[in-house]
Design a binder for this molecule. Structure first.
Ligand code: NAG
Length: 854
């Protein structure tokens, strides 16, 4: 009945003959040059190529519980899926993409260094299993690298899936699937079997072999490790043999099952659907044979068909277990010498050693032990950091952009500066295919790139791995288009789109988002100053510092700070992002400009006023604080305090880069923008009557007025450190912040004062709930400036800093322990975690708060 599927000859052809495209050395990181840009410095090219090899493979599919893919578009992807086989219902609840509906009691990376290894725990209580998924990459050492030239790709890794029964009193049976799919139409992938008469692989070891552009030839092994008593899974498998009709399945009990299918390349991400429909087919024929009342034990019947269709580009390997289990997956590119390929015992040892090395490195990156923290909170911070790393993904595909729609009030009449022809009807279109390497806010709810979150992610990632934060920053900067625009939500490809409601899929080139990427740039410059003594500009003599092009790419710590160690490299990097970042800055100034003289407003600077485009009556999604109350109706005369503050911060960041690069004229211009913004904040946004900073709008009589709502928006000039430390206005801000009847709570600062009429109303997204990244900003401002600089409010700032810091840390940790998750936001009255979870994006900045790294 079973089809023999010996693909040996095909695979031999693939691997041996070498007439197929072997590892092409082209890097995906081609530098795009605009006419006025010099070609990148050679040391930058070398460093980037090495980074490419070091970061080639990873858990870059954070949208599923566990998957691996290379950081290459149209390559291959792999993933894990499982369900319980205690009864037939388990099959209706497959676990694959991260989802709240699976009701897992937490899934988080206990360790993840972003480059070489990670260990994740998944508590699947419904199925009575604790799953551990881990991976370990083996990267070529310095010596080999020298031998292989700079275009090195390929790489090798091992992954381990283990299941431990949570409650031994309750039976536990699980079936697991590991799939591998080719996204590329030109690659090849085949199953290589031991030659058995019936075509069923009797050994539990299975091999796939293939070839794809960018990776070259490779082999994938799926093996069950041997323990002292032989295969540790065998005993459990014997239980399967005790089920109903077991004798009919004698030959296949406990065996590995498989299927190979040919899919359209744009459908290869649908691994789960393919597997489910295969199982469905098999179930249908089992049902025909036995009848509903007389079905065999589910663990026996719910199997893949052991068939491979011709020209298959999708393979799933199934293993069913009773009790504890372990199996490993190994990927080896043909460039990895045989002697260096991982085995199960090597994987065990490697994971253990990496764990130890991580702990040491973690303390040096985020000093917590030395701040008096004990084991438990350190573990908490380590898990948050690891989960953020484990949330990093590589996405590619087409996005959707509408280049002509705009609200009438978005484009002021007579605005000749904008090259934009407004249409009031939607006209969404697919873009060219793009790629993005990015962290993600939430693996279940928001598994894709979000511009406004990214700056916070990068602050945290950069504290642990500076160079990784630059890689990601560079990837975002690459998305800045010729106008200087970048979409705020990056939904690239069908898989990403499948997770987003239709009304949120389209991006608009007039719409902005808080420019948090500048936080990553500022932190890099700060780290550089701390490390190499960069004062203002790079010292010409620093150029003598030769960049070593033989870095040990297998050492994650070395790879994490090469751009800090070499001023030449740092300067080349800043130079490479300077021009796109400047165009991005100018795009903000051009498209988000607010009106001053049109409404007879008096301000020191004529040009500095800003307004978010794309608002509706109840939302300013572009501001990032969606439903925070603003003026009642949208108006072309509105001025938004938060955007004004962001632009001040942007100007100051641009000034810093320009100075570091010796672009004196630019630096001066940015400085004058900054000064204008600081002056206009007081002239346009300070309400003497309310003693607070406010938005502004225009009433029916064309009179400008302030729109004052106590909450995060009113804090922005303070959050972004634009208020001088001796300003009396700082006093009122600190009063508002520290008043328990307004913004202060035992769990952090609330987004809206409890005295505001709209507190807790409507969607209640930004109308009271506590957001950790905003508290991180407040703590940063206090730590760096207001509690640090002498002035009339220093003592008060110091006091607020200490209690706010301990409140936020205590509550997020308490909720993590109580629920197994970090949360998107926390309740403003009782501190409970709410909305999306796990929210391993900016909520994890709490680890930086603990380490006082802002
Ligand atoms: C399963 O693994 C757990 C944790 O290692 C162990 O305590 C338990 O004894 C194991 N169960 C069996 C049946 O081996």
């Amino acid at each position: 009945m079973r089809k023999a599927l010996i693909l040996r000859s095909v695979v031999a052809f693939l691997i041996g003959v070498g007439s197929l495209p072997s590892s092409t050395c082209q890097t995906y990181d081609e530098f795009e040059l605009t006419p006025d840009q010099a070609p990148p410095a050679p040391e930058l090219v070398t460093a980037r190529n090495q980074a490419d090899s070091s970061l080639l493979w990873g858990t870059y599919r954070p949208q599923i519980y566990f998957g691996m893919r290379p950081r290459l578009p149209e390559s291959i992807l792999m993933g894990l899926m499982w369900f319980g086989v205690q009864d037939y219902r388990g099959y209706a609840k497959p676990r694959h993409e991260c989802s709240d509906q699976d009701r897992l009691e937490g899934y988080s990376w206990k360790y993840h260094d972003g480059r070489t290894f990670g260990i994740q725990e998944i508590r699947d209580v419904e199925n009575n299993y604790l799953l551990e998924t881990s991976f370990l990459k083996t990267l070529p050492g310095k010596e080999e690298l020298l031998g292989q030239g700079t275009g090195l790709k390929g790489g090798s890794w091992g992954a381990r899936i283990s299941g431990t029964v949570l409650d031994p009193q309750i039976p536990a049976q699980l079936t697991t699937f590991w799939y591998t799919a080719l996204e590329s139409a030109t690659g090849l992938l085949g199953l290589e079997n031991e030659e058995e008469e019936d075509g069923i692989p009797h050994s539990e070891s299975i091999k796939l072999a293939g070839s794809v552009s960018g990776l070259g030839d490779f082999e994938i092994r799926i093996e069950e490790p041997l323990s002292e008593s032989g295969n540790s899974n065998v005993e459990g498998n014997q239980h399967l043999g005790e089920g109903r009709h077991a004798s009919d399945f004698q030959d296949t009990i406990g065996k590995t099952h498989f299927v190979g299918r040919k899919l359209r390349t744009d459908q290869t991400w649908r691994g789960k659907d393919v597997i489910i429909s295969e199982i469905n087919e098999v179930l249908r024929s089992t049902l025909e044979r036995y009848g509903q009342e007389n079905m065999p034990a589910p663990g026996l019947a719910m199997t893949l068909p052991d068939e491979v269709a011709s020209a298959s580009n999708f393979y799933a390997i199934q293993k069913t277990f009773t009790g504890n289990f372990t199996f490993d997956i190994f990927f080896d590119s043909s460039t990895t010498p045989r002697a260096e390929r991982l085995s199960s015992s090597g994987l065990t040892q490697g994971l253990k050693a990496s764990r130890k090395a991580f702990d040491e490195r973690f303390e040096s990156a985020l000093p917590l032990h030395s701040r008096g923290y004990t084991e438990k909170p350190i573990e908490f911070a380590r898990e948050l950091t690891s989960s953020l790393m484990g949330g990093i993904g590589f996405f590619s595909g087409q996005g959707i952009v509408d280049r002509s729609f705009a609200h009438e009030y978005d484009v002021p009449v007579g605005s000749g500066e904008l090259d934009f022809e407004r249409k009031s009807e939607p006209d969404p279109r697919l873009t060219e295919s793009e790629s993005l390497f990015t962290a993600t806010p939430s693996r279940s709810m928001f598994p894709r790139g979000f511009y406004w979150d990214e700056g916070f992610h990068l602050a945290h990632i950069g504290a642990f791995d500076n160079d990784m934060s630059l890689e990601i920053l560079e990837s975002w900067i690459r998305l800045i288009d010729e106008d200087g625009w970048v979409g705020r939500e990056q939904i690239l490809g069908e898989e990403a789109r499948s997770r987003v409601p239709k009304e949120f899929q389209t991006q608009y080139p007039l719409y902005a988002n808080p420019p948090t990427l500048i936080m990553a740039v500022t932190s890099f410059i700060e780290r550089l100053k701390a490390k190499s003594g960069l004062s203002d500009a790079f010292d010409a003599s620093d150029q003598q510092h030769i960049f070593s092009d033989s870095a040990d790419i297998s050492d994650p710590q070395v790879m994490s700070q090469r751009f800090l160690e070499s001023p030449a490299l740092a300067q080349s990097f800043l130079r490479s992002i300077y021009s796109p970042l400047k165009s991005h800055y100018q795009w903000f100034r051009r498209t988000q400009r607010g009106e001053i003289k049109e409404w007879d407003r008096h301000a020191a600077s004529r040009g500095e006023a800003y307004r978010w485009r794309g608002r509706t009556k109840d939302h300013v999604l572009t501001s990032g604080l969606d439903d925070y109350p603003r003026a009642e109706v949208p108006h072309t005369g509105e001025l938004h305090l938060d955007l004004m503050s962001w632009m001040g911060s942007f100007a100051s960041t641009m000034q810093k880069i320009a100075s570091a690069l010796g672009e004196e004229d630019d630096a001066e211009e940015f400085q004058s923008h900054y000064d204008g913004i600081v002056a206009n904040l007081d002239d346009l946004h300070w309400s003497e009557e309310n003693q607070m900073y406010c938005d502004a709008s225009v009433d029916k009589d064309d009179q400008s007025y302030h729109v004052c709502r106590k909450g995060y928006i009113s804090l922005f000039p303070f959050l972004l450190e634009l208020v001088p430390s001796d300003s009396p206005r700082l006093g009122s801000i600190l009063d508002l912040l520290s008043d328990p009847n307004e913004l202060w709570s035992d769990y952090g600062i609330r987004s809206l004062s409890i005295k505001e009429p709209l507190f807790g109303q409507g969607e209640n997204y930004w109308r009271g709930p506590i957001w950790v990244q905003m508290n991180y900003m407040a703590l940063g401002a206090l730590h760096r400036k207001y509690a640090a600089q002498p002035g009339p409010y220093q003592a008060k700032a110091r006091k607020i800093y200490d209690s706010l810091r301990s409140n936020v840390v205590r509550n997020v940790q308490k909720e993590y322990e109580r629920t197994g998750f970090t949360w998107e936001q926390y309740n403003p009255t009782d501190g409970r975690g709410q909305r999306s979870h796990p929210f391993t994006g900016w909520t994890s900045t709490v680890a930086l708060i603990m380490a006082e790294m802002y």
